[in-house]
Design a protein around this ligand. Sequence first.
Ligand code: ZN
Ligand code: ZN
Length: 199
Amino acid sequence: MQRASVDDSASDDDLDAERTRLSDHLATTDVAVNHYRIAPGDGFPGGLHAHADQEEVFVVLAGEATFEVYGTDADDATAGDGRTVTVRSGEAIRFARDEFRSGRNDADRDLVAIAVGAPPDSEDVRVPLSCPACGHAGVRPTWTEDGVELVCPDCAAAHTPQACPGCGREEMHVGLGERCRPVAVCPDCGTEVADPLCR
Ligand SMILES: [Zn+2]
Ligand SMILES: [Zn+2]
């Protein structure tokens, strides 16, 4: 048996969010458990993404989480278009493998949430951009010494995304643009690029 306390455990400080990796402190083997405290205006790490190899559940303990979701529900006539879902204190939301999501705190008080993922390590993250070489929907961000490349899981072509045309930041996030379709969004200056893989 292992016990851990969020208050007594070190949290990652390289993120907008305050993340405590409870599963590290508990030495879990089959599940990842992260505790998040996210200030108003900040978000969970990463932009719109899915895990092809991991199921994830978020339980909101305080405040509310606003998730952008995209093309995630086969029973939903609007699948293929993005939308926004608000998850309040006491509620939980589950994302199956391959469901695109991005979460943030749009409210005016701290968001506190637990994220549970299984299996614990995700090696296969996807973002909802199409491969310019073969048209496959969904490419895999891969971090190299030179920065991020987006690799097509179908044809294996590697694409280097544009840097932000507004401020030059190398790594943009994927988010939902005005028409609820995925675009690249700069986390620093907010510039949107519709086709970040086309140069
Ligand atoms: Zn391809
Ligand atoms: Zn920028």
